[in-house]
Design a protein around this ligand. Structure first.
Ligand SMILES: [Zn+2]
Length: 710
């Protein structure tokens, strides 16, 4: 849930939820959303409570035999075979909700970033402007004694702003100020800038649903025992937060009830996670008059003036029904109730940056209760994540100096071009797609831009004020900097060089409106990509990732956008029906898998990612065979054939352990299937896998009936 950055269509890993930051509040993102405000760090970044910073990234080979469990039959449970050893050797650290190859790499990256920040926070002279900002931001964040001494005092100006409202007419200006300094969508709704769905060359303002404290709408509406329990505990948590703000026990409880009641009403007006994946449902262009007519109880003119946006006249109201609900709430609620609701959200998003009682209380509900995490992340780690979120390109610039060579970039580009060539031949050879759709698909494929490593042009943070003695102020100014940067795009040409992930991020994404695929330096490292070793697992692993991102351009969501990034149907009716018939096979297959207890995969939510995994493996196989034809791989390494090494490489990115609580949150919010099924569900659809491991038809990984899309 983040308001500011544009919708990010499809990341590889658990964007937003994989390893949610401890400094942050642990709300999860909407499906397919990118990084966000400070209170909601999104990268898959976290790690063990390592005691020391690192000067260099540690090394793990791309195919790790110790990560395997060779006692298991690969034809029965390939995930266990490829990852059983890893799971045993890598228990979940106390401060993590889950722990996988990605999180472990991200944690190593964090320790490198820690080393950089440690040095820059104490260096007395010779720092560049960017180095000064990240160094001082880290210094302010790690000054625990000062944070402790200040208690709730840093909140006072913000709380005074809310308290100063005399009538509901004062709300729009105050709301604009709160959203501006938080970048958070927890204040009734979210407002941002994004490419126009009808014309991707222009940026317009988007108004989106929001206003919740718990991860998403179903947490307010489901009636099973665990959901009810989580709501009761939520009210208890909100009550304690009001007490920390100074309310008496009875008042605090009454206030918490108000919060739950308002948020439940907003949840009822919100779209589901599955509905949010359908861009056609999210496109409702409007001018200011229409916006005003939809929410008469809210003066948009003064709100927009507060954001510095007077004079624009094209908006997209993503969820009109939500804004009708908001209108009703604004009429229904007394001014005091609205103030109460706003006070809670201020405390909620600021808690990670206040004194220990706030940090602990926030941790207790959002990390321990919701996700089963047993220990708080150490302060250095929370502060690294904060700087990465807020001033990430200044920090990333330091990271890539030592950790991303031109050679690595060239090798990635070579593989990417092979994957693109594979998709070209795949499209041409598809038997179910007609020539008209094929021509458009090829146009889209050839219009796709590759971005590898880090941006060509680094973001300029010169206007962001960072002080060594003002943690919450830094956070608020950092969020305001980002919000202003986003809103300033409105009416200007789209900047195609921009990245939505920072360079150290262990993740990748496809952006349907930009029609580009993006691979940060953080993911192009061993054990995911090892340019020095055997090609087989490299093509299975990173080749699969590149193919995954590319396929997002053609998944159920991405295929709705054309080569230019416009929401425009380029499929013939017949070909669209053929595509949907094939995707139904996947939703049926994945919908049978159990995530935890009696919770099944919501396979309509995960369809785009399951499709991308499928296409990724198809393309990686083709690309690898092309590479093998020129550079044959050794016939046997560790007793494994090239084909076997390819498939093990394809599985080993996914090795992980998750807490059951975390699995439950992910089942509700994450558009990715659990890693076990991202491996087993995937290979079961490939005849090549059956052959590589000489499986007998009918074994679990070699079913007689397979799905086939690409
Ligand atoms: Zn993906």
């Amino acid at each position: 849930m983040h308001p500011i950055r544009k919708k990010l269509f499809a990341a590889l890993a658990l964007a937003g939820c994989a390893a949610v930051p401890a400094l942050a509040d642990d709300t999860t993102t909407s499906p397919g959303t990118a990084a966000s405000s400070a209170a909601e760090v999104v990268t898959a970044a976290s790690g063990p409570a390592a005691a020391t910073p690192l000067a260099r990234l540690p090394y793990t080979p791309v195919l790790d035999v110790t990560a395997m469990d060779k006692t298991v039959d690969p034809c029965v449970d390939f995930y266990q075979y490829a990852c059983g050893g890893w799971q045993k050797n890598n228990p979940i650290p106390g401060d993590e909700a889950g722990w996988g190859v990605y999180q472990k790499m991200a944690a190593d990256n964090q320790r490198v970033l820690w080393g950089i920040l440690d040095r820059l926070s104490t260096q007395a002279s010779g720092r560049t402007v960017s180095q000064q900002k990240i160094g001082d931001a880290f210094a302010a964040c790690t000054d625990e004694r000062l944070t402790q001494r200040l208690g709730a005092r840093p909140l006072k100006p913000t709380l005074d702003l809310i308290d100063g409202m005399r009538t509901k007419k004062d709300l729009p200006a105050v709301l604009a100020a709160l959203q501006m300094q938080s970048g958070d969508d927890g204040f009734l709704f979210s407002f941002s800038a994004s490419q126009d769905y009808a014309d991707s060359s222009r940026v317009i303002a988007f108004a989106n649903q929001g206003g919740l404290g718990m991860p998403e709408r179903d947490y307010y509406l489901k009636t099973d025992a665990r959901s009810k329990e989580l709501r009761e505990k939520y009210v208890a948590h909100v009550t304690r937060m009001f007490q920390l703000l100074g309310d008496g026990a009875d008042d605090a409880k009454a206030h918490a009830d108000t919060v739950l009641s308002m948020e439940t009403a907003l949840a009822k007006g919100s779209l589901t996670q599955v509905e949010l994946r359908d861009s056609k449902k999210l496109f409702h262009p409007a001018n200011e008059r229409k916006l005003q007519a939809l929410v008469p109880a809210f003066d948009w003119k003064s709100y927009l003036a507060g954001l510095g946006l007077a004079g624009n006249d094209r908006y997209n109201i993503s969820e009109p029904r939500f804004f009708q609900t908001l209108d009703f709430q604004l009429r229904l609620r007394k001014l005091d109730e609205i103030k109460t609701y706003l006070r809670w959200h201020v405390a909620h998003i600021s808690a990670p940056f206040l004194s220990k009682p706030f940090v602990d209380e926030n941790f207790r509900y959002f990390r321990r209760e919701l996700r089963g995490v047993t220990a708080q992340a150490p302060l250095w780690k929370r502060c690294v994540m904060l700087v990465d979120t807020q001033i990430g390109e200044a920090l990333g610039q330091e990271f890539v100096k030592d950790n991303f060579s031109p050679d690595l970039k060239a090798k990635t580009l070579h593989m990417t071009r092979q994957i693109q060539a594979a998709m070209d031949s795949e499209i041409r050879n598809l038997d179910w797609m007609g020539p008209q759709t094929k021509a458009k698909a090829l146009e889209k494929l050839h219009g796709m831009v590759n971005k590898i490593g880090y941006p060509d042009k680094w973001r300029d943070y010169a206007s962001l004020e960072i002080r060594r003695d003002d943690l919450l102020g830094n956070v608020q100014r950092g969020d305001a900097f980002e919000m202003r940067r986003q809103l300033a795009k409105i009416g200007k040409p789209v900047d195609h060089s921009e990245w939505q992930m920072t360079p150290p991020t262990v993740n990748a994404y496809y952006d349907a409106q930009m029609n580009d695929i993006n691979f940060p330096a953080g993911i192009l490292q061993p054990p995911l990509f090892d340019a020095r070793l055997d090609d087989a697992p490299n093509y299975g692993n990173t080749g699969g990732t590149i193919g995954h991102e590319l396929t997002h351009g053609f998944d159920d969501e991405g295929r709705q956008f054309d080569a230019k990034g416009n929401l425009k149907d380029w499929w013939t009716k017949k070909d669209a029906a053929e595509f949907e018939k094939r995707t139904t096979c996947l939703t049926d297959q994945y919908g049978k898998y159990i995530v935890v207890d009696d919770v099944h995969i919501n396979s309509k939510l995960t369809l785009g990612e399951d499709l991308a995994d499928f296409g990724g493996l198809v393309l990686a196989l083709i690309a690898w065979k092309a590479e093998m034809a020129e550079h044959p791989a050794p016939q046997s390494i560790d007793g494994l054939t090239p084909d076997q090494r390819f498939f093990i490489g394809n599985a080993q990115w996914a090795c992980s352990n998750e807490r059951p609580e975390q699995l439950r949150v992910l089942a509700a919010t994450d558009p990715h299937s659990p890693t076990k099924y991202r491996v087993n569900g995937l290979v079961a659809n490939f005849k090549e896998f059956e052959q590589a491991f000489s499986c007998k038809p009918g074994q679990p990984m070699a079913p007689v009936k397979r799905c086939q899309v690409w």
